[in-house]
Design a protein around this ligand. Structure first.
Ligand SMILES: [Zn+2]
Length: 209
């Protein structure tokens, strides 16, 4: 194969590069132009590698995923493993309260390669070590939109309101109960108060039927 050479993945092998020396052997290297980022870079060369290579090292999806997950704090990995186990491993001691009653982890967060990164991206950093991941609607699974960082007190308040739902959006707290939109509030407490009011009205109505 002569330079320049373009493989079936549109990687252009421009020219030979300086050989890479390890203590035991030397490796052929080539300068390529990556079809994804269009940048030049030096990579290991060889006939099999030349046919298989799809991008530069930086763009290789596996390497990208690894690089991203390395930036994820350890507690995210720990919390994600816990939720996946509770929901998807029947041997987990808490499975009956989670997977056993239909609570699942969304595919994005369950993904063994990118899950921790996606979870971190969705929830951001934990505000303090007193916070853990709370499901806003306790009957729904671990998905973006149904999860937030909450302290044990907030989680308890959330359980008490059962179907009440608070969603933070543009620094406003949107309250809803039984799919009824109850308005936007400047604080979470006010949104909670609106939900509690709605619950009392609904319960009163249902009691008087
Ligand atoms: Zn690239």
């Amino acid at each position: 194969m002569e330079f320049p050479y373009t493989n079936k993945h549109n990687v252009i092998f421009l020219r030979e590069a300086e050989r890479l020396k390890s203590p035991t052997r030397t490796y052929a290297q080539a300068i390529i132009i990556c079809p994804l980022c269009h940048e030049e870079s030096t990579i290991r060369d060889g006939s099999a590698l030349r046919l298989a290579r799809k991008s530069c090292k930086k763009c290789s999806p596996k390497l990208v995923a690894e690089a991203l997950t390395k930036t994820v704090p350890a507690y995210i990995k720990y919390l994600r493993n816990g939720m996946v186990s509770r929901c998807h491993n029947p041997d987990n001691k808490n499975y009956s309260s989670y997977g056993g009653r239909g609570i699942t982890v969304c595919d994005e967060w369950k993904d063994p390669e990118n899950g921790v990164y996606k979870l971190h991206e969705a929830l951001g950093d934990r505000p303090s070590d007193k916070h853990s991941i709370d499901r806003i609607d306790n009957d729904k699974g671990y998905t973006q939109g149904n999860c937030r960082w909450a302290t044990p007190t907030q989680q308890l308040a959330n359980r008490r309101t059962r179907k009440g739902h608070i969603r933070e959006r543009n620094n406003q707290f949107e309250a809803s109960y039984k799919h009824i939109h109850l308005g936007n509030y400047p604080t979470e407490d006010l949104a909670q108060t609106a939900i509690n009011g709605a619950i009392r009205i609904v319960e009163f109505y249902e009691d008087s039927k």
